[in-house]
Design a protein around this ligand. Structure first.
Ligand SMILES: Nc1ncnc2c1ncn2[C@@H]1O[C@H](COP(=O)(O)OP(=O)(O)O)[C@@H](O)[C@H]1O
Ligand SMILES: [Mg+2]
Length: 298
């Protein structure tokens, strides 16, 4: 919260002097041709990267949704992706575990690696990839099965448990790591869809971590939740980063400031600026980033 307050004060004071740059940089971003020439500001690359995107372009038919994005996600870091609606956050997130493959008109170009290996190689097993790079969606989407089965499903198809006791152990530990076990331990055979929204989202997180992923992608995981459930998920993200690499799309700048170490700002399919979260929110370098975080559009 204090980070956001600082930004607002700073900007009110400094806006006048920047009026000229305001107009020109906003204008430069109007056409795709100008945007093509644009280089991301800040620190898109890190030393110890878990995933790396290089010159990624994504098309839906004729329409280009992502323009030449290069970005690393560091090991055990939480990377927040922010930007106005329709700027390509979900599209980019889905390139990281090839979820775009299921959209027939979608074409991904460029290179994306996980631990240095190209995930778009033709022999890549996408079921295996999505176990290593799990995903949690905007709307909690438990399967119409019991709480237990929601978590056991992935480990079962990947053959991770060799006995019922082993499966019980995986289900319990996943629910514990998702901060849900105590609340549901007496109703594991009840439908997952009967839980509250916040519990359902933690169930989906338990389902994602049950297959021991290395990376967890979250697309606005709290947008359907109340503030208390949101706070619970944010605490959880902080705990999960000890063991996982996390990329989270959020429309809440407070959330980005609270949970992430690095923040990436997208605008019209371009990665405008990326850097340490504190710096992005207190000293944004690009006018578009500043406009967005001070609420002047979005
Ligand atoms: N399945 C799809 N088919 C066609 N166009 C799409 C599809 N999904 C997204 N788009 C388009 O791609 C652009 C980026 O969308 P999206 O990645 O959903 O943005 P964000 O998550 O930042 O709101 C938008 O113009 C959107 O209309
Ligand atoms: Mg989206």
């Amino acid at each position: 919260m204090s980070v956001i307050a600082t930004v607002t004060e700073k900007n009110t004071a400094s806006l006048e002097g920047k009026a000229q740059m305001d107009k020109s940089s906003a204008f430069d971003m109007q056409s795709h041709a100008d945007m093509k020439a644009y280089e991301t500001i800040g620190k898109p690359f890190v030393k110890n990267s878990k995933m790396s995107a290089r010159n990624v372009n994504v098309f839906y038919g004729e329409k280009q949704a992502i323009l030449d994005v290069s970005l690393d996600i560091g090991r055990n870091e939480v990377l927040a992706m922010i930007g106005p609606s329709g700027c390509g956050k979900s599209t980019f997130l889905r390139t990281l575990n090839r979820m775009n493959d299921i959209i027939p008109i979608c074409e991904v170009r460029g290179e994306i690696t996980l631990d240095g290996e190209d995930i778009y190689e033709s022999d890549q097993d996408t079921v295996m990839l999505r176990a290593r790079v799990g995903m949690v969606f905007q709307k909690p989407n438990p399967f119409p099965k019991s709480i237990y089965e929601n978590v056991a499903y992935g480990p079962r198809i990947h053959g991770l448990a060799h006995s019922t006791a082993e499966m019980d152990e995986i289900v319990e530990s996943s629910l514990r790591r998702a901060g849900l076990f105590e609340e549901v331990k007496d109703q594991l055979d009840k439908p997952g869809t009967g839980l509250s929204g916040g519990q359902q989202q933690r169930l989906c997180i338990a389902r994602a971590i049950a297959v021991s992923p290395e990376v967890i992608l979250m697309d606005e995981p709290c947008s359907a939740l109340d503030p208390i459930a949101t706070a619970r998920i944010e605490e959880l993200i902080d705990e999960l980063k000890e063991n996982y690499t996390i990329a989270i799309v959020t429309h809440s700048m407070q959330q980005a400031a609270r949970v992430s170490q690095r923040t990436a700002y997208f605008h019209l399919g371009k990665l405008i600026e990326v850097g340490d979260t504190k710096e992005i929110f207190t000293m944004p370098r690009h006018q578009l980033t500043e406009n967005y975080i001070t609420g002047r559009f979005g």
